[in-house]
Design a protein around this ligand. Structure first.
Ligand SMILES: *Cc1c(COP(=O)(O)O)cnc(C)c1O
Length: 354
């Protein structure tokens, strides 16, 4: 990044940092003081700017509101004990943002704009990056259509924004999940690989039904046969069966998670057998029945690793053994934390310093 973008910054005169209380933080409800905003019109990205966090005005005919041309990303910044701030694999988030953009007929965000906008925003709000163990700054880049026009066609104008929020260390209780065999999150050929807003809205109703039955989230299965496992809620899902790490191969209906590929990389570094392929619900239930299913967990940026304690299938609940300290899930979660805060070597060059 030789080129340095000039990004004018309008600093807030009413910082809410003094009110920040990490001990009572709910995910995604407290936002840092500033945001990056860039508009796209006349075929190009305009001057980026950093402004105080706050609402936008949109046309009532805004086409993102009517037809869902809206995409997002989720990533994190970490601060180590010396106060140095790093980002985890930000270029992978940019690559995926631009895949989502292509799928939704939206313009790509250039690398200099994304990286310099991100770096300068995090520098302005550096005080918002917490450094207690397990804490981080969650970063939410997103883009939405801004045309005020009811025709169903791609908008000609867009806004790209980055907002951030500090997140506390939270203890994630092992999850109760159930196989979903009626509703689908996404189908082959659909947009399940993209982080576009509509995927999440459509998943809320089946998730609500499962929650009414006492589960935390769903184990989504494929849209045509409901035989093969896709994802767990909004995370990728992995199993340890007989010492092998098994996960559904990515496809057009499965989101290619950055936590997923990082976990698979570490498993391969450690010499573990990794299988990326179709995984049926029956295979997992059989492994559970014959005692070879050792671990099941979700993986994603928000929680890193979310252990699964119970799997529901057609009205029956199957309980997994609690994870031991030397389980793969625990070890890989600790290894990722160590790389992120700089207490282990970053052999794959995942970290980017701010
Ligand atoms: C974001 C997301 C994931 C996890 O991706 P990460 O890059 O690891 O955060 C998995 N599945 C879905 C549906 C997602 O939206």
């Amino acid at each position: 990044m030789a080129l340095t973008l000039d990004i004018p910054t309008q600093r807030t005169t009413a910082s809410t940092l003094p009110q920040l209380d990490l001990s009572r933080l709910e995910f995604g409800q407290t936002f840092s003081d500033h945001m990056l905003v860039v508009d796209y019109h006349d075929g190009s990205w305009q001057q980026p700017r950093i402004v105080p966090y706050g609402p936008f005005e949109v046309s009532p005919a805004n086409s993102a509101l009517h037809y869902g041309q809206a995409i997002f990303e989720g990533m994190k910044a970490y601060k180590n004990s010396e106060g140095a701030i790093t980002l985890f694999r930000p270029l992978d988030n940019l690559r995926r943002l631009n895949l989502s953009a292509e799928r939704m007929c939206m313009p790509a965000v250039p690398e200099e704009l994304f990286m310099q906008g991100l770096l300068q925003l995090i520098r302005v709000d550096a005080e918002w990056v917490p450094n207690a163990p397990g804490t981080s700054l969650y970063i939410r880049p997103f883009m939405f259509a801004t045309d005020g026009m009811l025709g169903v066609r791609p908008s000609s104008t867009y806004r790209f924004v980055i907002i951030t929020c500090p997140v506390a260390a939270f203890f994630n209780k092992p999850l109760r999940v159930r196989f979903e065999e009626k509703y689908v999150r996404s189908a082959e050929g659909g947009a399940g690989f993209a982080k576009n807003a509509g995927n999440y809205g459509a998943a809320m109703y089946p998730t609500k039904l499962a929650q009414q039955d006492g589960y935390n989230q769903l184990l989504w299965t494929d849209a045509s046969e409901h035989r093969f496992i896709e994802e767990s809620g909004t995370m990728n899902v992995m199993f340890v069966v007989d010492g092998r790490l098994i996960t559904p191969a990515v496809s057009s209906s499965i989101l290619d998670g950055i936590t997923r590929k990082s976990v698979l990389q570490l498993a391969r570094d450690w010499g573990m057998t990794v299988e990326e392929r179709k995984v049926s619900s029956v295979e997992i239930l059989e492994a559970q029945a014959n005692g070879t299913l050792q671990e099941a967990f979700g993986v994603g940026t928000a929680v890193t690793i979310a252990p699964i304690a119970v799997i529901g299938y057609r009205g029956q609940d199957f309980e997994l053994l609690p994870l031991s300290d030397d389980s793969f899930a625990r070890r890989v979660s600790a290894a990722l934390t160590d790389i992120r805060v700089g207490s282990a070597p970053d052999e794959h060059n995942w970290m980017v310093s701010i």
